[in-house]
Design a protein around this ligand. Sequence first.
Ligand code: PHE
Length: 349
Amino acid sequence: MQTNELESIVDSARQAFARAAAPADLENAKALFLGKSGRITELMKGMAALSVDEKKSRGAAINLAKQAIEAALNGRRQALADRELDAQLKAEALDVSLPGRLREPGSVHPVSLTLERIERIFASMGFDVADGPEIESDWHSFTSLNNPPNHPARSMQDTFYVDINGDDGIPYNLRPHTSPMQVRYAHQHIKKHAGKPTMPEIRVIAPGRTYRVDSDATHSPMFHQCEGLWLGENVSFKDLKVVFTDFCRTFFESDDLALRFRPSFFPFTEPSAEIDIQFQTGPLAGRWLEVAGSGQVHPTVVGNMGLDPERYIGFAFGMGPDRLTMLRYGVNDLRLFFDGDIRFLSQFR
Ligand code: PHE
């Protein structure tokens, strides 16, 4: 048996190891040479028939070949392991020079901006700001406001109902307007001043969410309203005109804004008026735009507040902050306010 043959085995082992692209391939290649029936193992087995001297020199030569193969194997093992580690490091590499991910600051929702604005303006005119429940009793939403029992506003086509009955056996509703706050707030006010010689005038606004079965470009099933109520012994329609005109001109920052009180009907006010505004300049100039319902609080409602209608008189109004926001910023689709699209909302930052 020639050293040549051993060299060629070592050579082909080196080549086989070099071809192994993954550790598993390498182990398979190893078996071909060092495994139970590998070529080196076979050579060892073949020595049984040799003489003692031959065994010595032959054994030494085979051992050298075996060591060479093992060295090649270990070298390749290391190379494959290095390569794997390299790939892993590369995959997990952190580029510390990349710019960080920006966290954009949030911003106040445009309708909230309007509500804050409304509150600030009315607060400056001595109005309290009150908050009320969005799930209301039938009495507060309708009956206390002088709605007859079969008033269409009560219908399921207009008002959302909750699956829970109130004490009167009638399901609670998602308030379709903020007007229930008139009676609620009056009750709180009376309680607060009970026993005192005089009761201060009621002067309050109540902004908040309201709900109606309605949905298109200018109606959303959830929308906002802001109720206003000024009740005293000597509060007249004239005061309503002054207060609301002042509010609109301040809100829109326009002194030549025109207002129109157009006769209308609400069960809870008499007389009643829709309030329209007209810009003198800008893209909406010349058009009358409805912004609120209003009127002198109906004596029946004053009575339901627990006050004497012969003594207390005043006005109420209900306006739409969503509408005011659309007019102020020139937004033409109400639904944009409630889609939660950051591309729209970030423009109000
Ligand atoms: N609640 C009425 C509406 O939703 C608005 C209104 C409020 C009218 C107060 C008069 C007085 O349309």
